[in-house]
Design a protein around this ligand. Structure first.
Ligand SMILES: Nc1ncnc2c1ncn2[C@@H]1O[C@H](COP(=O)(O)OP(=O)(O)OP(=O)(O)O)[C@@H](O)[C@H]1O
Ligand SMILES: [Mg+2]
Length: 474
């Protein structure tokens, strides 16, 4: 016989009947497990608290703590340890209730040795799988994550490469992009990857404050500089010394404040409001806007000299519709975040729900996706998010009806996620297109497609066959 190796796992057996304890100990030890015995629920719980137990086998009816009570307490002190309940014939109903309370399995006494070892093996395998899954998920998270930014698409990788490249210079960066694309995250990512990362990151929203308040916020003020200035206050430029100052919504900077910012950029100096002393700071400026600054400059609403100072490097954050591969990855990420926040156990998205998320055009970009997933997590009734938990706008794929032929008016740019049908298109063709698009949405799943279109799956098969015959493909 081979040398006995280290025990496969440590099992805690709780039963008030010494004969049962002994028999279980004998069987399980022979299988290579380390076995610990407890004569009642209380003793079992105390042993469990000491740690090192991989699985609990507990009798349902015991004096003191019953098996059910032990199960509940066990889940509180050691949530990762599974519990298998041993029940006498006739208490199966109670065992079923126990399963709902989180028991992994149950065995009805008397049971065969083979039954016992099988149930134990399965429970331990399940535990290993869950642990493996967690480790994989963590590795995947680390792989997908660049700081706190998530994505795998080529557009996302190009963005992060650029962020990395500009981080180490001290050059001023202008971050442009639609609302909700992640401009603020990009600004933080630049700071976190720069040599200033241990210095402060100070953000100011230029649109949130009226002109005079914004100036005292940015430059600070002296005691008595204006009514209400009871004491001296440092401005954000001073607070950001040695770090990064993020000026958000820079397009909203008033014509009066613009030259003052320009001066700090050019000379690196300024005065507090109401002061004569000049202050010098070492601050890296990152700005962001969802407006097109170049156009504002042309319209004389933004100073050209300031624009060139801010625009030494421009980072364009792509809209979500241009990095579609990131949708499922981001959706999964937000699902985990909000499931944890709301104490919900959710496995992910149904195929149909994922299809809808992928097909939608996300005009509100990542922020909209985040909000949609948060809402779905709250609404989801099953173990995962279903299409029914998504807002109508996301579930429906809009059709754009256009007049004129493919070359005629209205045949210009068709937004992503919208498909176009010319008025006057033969119905058979409309039907074929609709079928094709719905199939694509459902990753080729014909049953889901039929369900969505409200027709019989057989009809889907037949229509597809017809289409193939007309294509001349077998
Ligand atoms: N790549 C990403 N990974 C993870 N979360 C992201 C990503 N991009 C954006 N987000 C999240 O989306 C939301 C919107 O991002 P952010 O506030 O940076 O957008 P914004 O471009 O500054 O929008 P606005 O122009 O409206 O101010 C935030 O909650 C942010 O955490
Ligand atoms: Mg923002």
């Amino acid at each position: 016989m081979a040398e006995p190796g280290p025990p496969l796992a440590t099992l805690l057996v709780a039963d008030d009947d010494p004969a049962v304890r002994q028999s279980l100990e004998r069987t399980l030890t022979r299988e290579g497990y380390a076995v610990v015995l407890a004569p009642d629920g209380q003793a079992a719980l105390e042993r469990l608290q000491e740690g090192g137990v991989d699985l609990v086998l507990s009798d349902l009816k015991m004096p003191g703590l019953t098996g059910l009570e032990l199960l509940r307490e066990a889940k509180a002190v050691a949530p990762d340890v599974d519990v298998i309940l041993l029940t006498a014939f006739g208490t199966v109903e109670e065992a079923v209730r126990a399963m709902k309370d989180g028991a992994t399995d149950f065995l009805t006494k008397p049971f065969q040795r083979a039954q016992l070892t099988k149930v134990v093996r399965q429970a331990l395998e399940r535990r290993d799988l869950i642990a493996q899954n967690r480790a994989l998920q963590k590795r995947l998270d680390d792989l997908l994550r660049q700081g706190n930014m998530i994505g795998t698409s080529p557009a996302f990788r190009r963005l992060m490469t650029l962020v990395q490249q500009v981080a180490d210079s001290s050059a001023t960066v202008l971050v442009q992009g639609e609302s909700g694309t992640g401009k603020e995250l990009v600004a933080r990512a630049i700071h976190d990857r720069s040599s200033r990362r241990n210095g402060p990151f100070i953000a100011v929203n230029c649109a949130a404050l009226p002109e005079t308040l914004l100036e005292s916020e940015l430059f600070g003020y002296e005691k008595g500089a204006f009514t209400g200035a009871a004491s001296r206050k440092e401005g954000r430029f001073e607070l950001a010394d040695g770090g990064t100052l993020f000026l958000d919504e820079i397009a909203d900077l008033s014509p009066v404040t613009q030259p003052k910012i320009l001066r700090v950029l050019q000379e690196g100096e300024f005065e507090r409001v109401g002061a004569t002393k000049t202050i010098r700071v070492d601050v890296r400026i990152v700005t962001a806007t969802n407006q097109d600054l170049a156009t504002l400059v042309r319209e004389k609403r933004f100073r050209e000299d300031l624009f060139y100072r801010l625009n030494v490097i421009t980072i364009q954050v792509p809209p979500l519709r241009e990095k579609h591969e990131d949708v499922p990855v981001l959706a999964q990420h937000f699902l985990r975040v909000y499931a944890a926040k709301n104490n919900r156990q959710l496995d992910g998205f149904s195929d149909e729900a994922l299809g809808c998320l992928e097909a939608y055009s996300w005009p509100g970009n990542v922020r909209e996706l985040e909000n949609v997933v948060e809402r779905a997590v709250v609404l989801a009734r099953g173990g995962r998010v279903d299409a029914a938990d998504l807002p109508d706008a996301v579930r429906e794929r809009p059709v754009m009806l256009t007049r004129g032929g493919p070359q005629g008016p209205g045949a210009g740019a068709v937004p992503e996620g919208v498909f176009q049908i010319r008025v006057g298109t033969p119905l058979a063709e409309v039907e074929a297109r609709l079928l094709e698009e719905t199939l694509r949405l459902n990753h080729g799943n014909k049953t889901l497609t039929a369900k969505m279109l409200g027709i019989d799956p057989k009809t889907v098969f037949r229509k597809l066959k017809q289409g193939e015959a007309e294509d001349g493909t077998p």
